[in-house]
Design a binder for this molecule. Structure first.
Ligand code: EPU
Length: 438
């Protein structure tokens, strides 16, 4: 049975069993997806290592294949390796089935404009976590000279020739920054992006493209000012590369919160420690003991004394390097059981409190006031059957189940599989009593 055959299965666990042991953290979904799209730009063969075996990666590979690219995923299951050969791409229309399934399909626009000068897509889909417009993506591509028009649900973009421009985003967007970078790599002249997103996944894309022959300057004042400069190169200068995707800071953070909820002591290996500053600070302030080993890229979290785990009064999500929106739901789940009261303000996405109703059914005390959730912790959660409705919320329900008494069943593990290679086997390796059920 493959990972994807399990999409309709539920996840069942018996809570209140402290975790122990060590696991390796998978490669980063949000780094791998735009890098796969970037392969579209490169008329050659790219080998990507460390790709997580998750459904969103599967979907991006299908998008690439639909353009005529050769995508070899045979070693994805065994070795997390994908080989992409885009020498023969020609199709400019992306199939709705895959575009609608995943938000990050939108970054194929920049890559296809750069490679083929044309693309037709429908509006992208993805997890329902609030309004997710693409106006900044389209604004940036238009500034580079693309003509963009819509017909029904379809967006067409066309450019005889893309030209470098100064693009200032009114606020930071990870995807829009990546889309513009992809289109600007082969544009004539120089592009400057102001107020670019500073997330590590943007840097990863720049590193990959530079290795493949692009000329992107993201050093200098980038971290302070959010300025990225891309000097356009001829398409023929780009060449295939062998690249290893960085590990997933959000998956690592999820398991740190799992340890707070369940108690115990675990070691996470292959961790991007430098990217987890705000999360590690928070976990320590919440009363757990953290040992960071930067040389070995590993973190040990000790939350054996669950009585010491307490809530901080106030947390808000914000762009990197602040606390990430993708860990807001895992934090919320752990906070239900920690002592004291926590206010969490969600500043990135408008509907990221969809799990609150499910947590309340397990006995959590949470109220929502606009963009803020107020959790009164120290509650004993009780196992229930709950429903996962989006990726990070689903993982958070698993965390809640690990800390709850009795049996919890999280229905529809398909959402979780969009981003977690195998949350069940990871947590089982850490001693959790957890399994898939039909
Ligand atoms: N926004 C606009 N217009 C745009 C683009 C974005 O208004 O054209 C708004 C969004 O609605 C949101 C904010 O800007 O309120 C930031 O969105 P951003 O574009 O930065 O997010 P994204 O690129 O769509 C990526 C990750 C998300 C992660 C966010 C924030 C990928 C594939 N997705 O999304 O990851 O939450 O950045 O860090 O990289 C996840 O992995 O579960 C996930 C949702």
């Amino acid at each position: 049975m493959t990972q994807f055959d399990r999409n309709d299965e539920s996840i069942r666990m018996e809570g209140k069993k402290p975790l122990g042991g060590r696991i390796q953290i998978q490669g980063s979904k949000n780094a791998a997806l735009p890098i796969l799209a970037a392969c579209m730009l490169i008329p050659g063969k790219c080998v990507l290592r460390g790709c997580p075996n998750i459904t969103d990666i599967d979907c991006m590979c299908s998008l690439l294949e639909s353009t005529g690219a050769g995508v070899d995923t045979e070693a994805l299951v065994t070795d997390n390796r994908i080989v992409v050969d885009t020498r023969n791409v020609r199709e400019r229309r992306l199939p709705e089935k895959y575009v609608s399934a995943m938000r990050s399909s939108v970054v194929m626009m920049g890559a296809m404009l750069g490679r083929l000068g044309e693309v037709c897509v429908n509006y992208p889909g993805g997890c329902v976590i609030g309004e997710r417009p693409i106006n900044l993506h389209l604004y940036g591509l238009e500034k580079l000279g693309a003509q963009i028009w819509t017909e029904g649900n379809h967006i067409h973009a066309y450019a005889d020739e893309l030209k470098g421009a100064v693009i200032e985003f009114p606020f930071s967007s990870v995807g829009a920054t990546q889309n513009v970078i992809l289109a600007a790599v082969t544009a004539q002249g120089t592009t400057v992006i102001k107020n670019a997103a500073r997330e590590p996944e943007v840097i990863e894309l720049c590193k990959f493209l530079n290795l493949a022959g692009a000329n992107i300057d993201y050093a200098g004042t980038f971290f302070k000012s959010g300025r990225i400069e891309i000097r356009g190169v001829e398409l023929s200068r780009l060449h295939g590369v062998d690249y290893t995707v960085i590990s997933d800071r959000i998956v690592a953070g999820t398991y740190l919160f799992a340890a707070l909820a369940a108690g115990g002591k675990i070691t996470l290996e292959n961790i991007p420690i430098g990217q987890l500053g705000s999360v590690c600070d928070m976990i320590t302030e919440m009363g757990a003991n953290l040992e960071l080993d930067a040389a070995q890229s590993k973190i040990t979290v000790n939350a054996c004394d669950r009585d010491r785990i307490k809530n901080l009064p106030y947390i808000e999500t914000a762009v990197y390097p602040a606390f990430p929106t993708d860990l807001q739901s895992p934090l919320l789940a752990a906070a239900c059981m920690a002592k004291g009261r926590l206010k969490v303000r969600e500043r990135i996405f408008s509907s990221r409190f969809r799990i609150v109703e499910e947590l309340k059914r397990m006995g959590a005390d949470i109220t929502i006031e606009g963009d803020t959730a107020i959790v009164t912790g120290g509650r004993e959660l009780e196992g229930r059957t709950v429903i996962s409705r989006e990726l990070r919320g689903g993982a958070a329900l698993v965390i809640a189940g690990l800390g709850a008494s009795g049996i919890t069943t999280v229905i529809d593990s398909g959402y979780i599989r969009r981003g977690y290679q195998d949350i069940v086997s990871d947590l089982a390796s850490l001693g959790a009593r957890i399994r898939y059920v039909d």
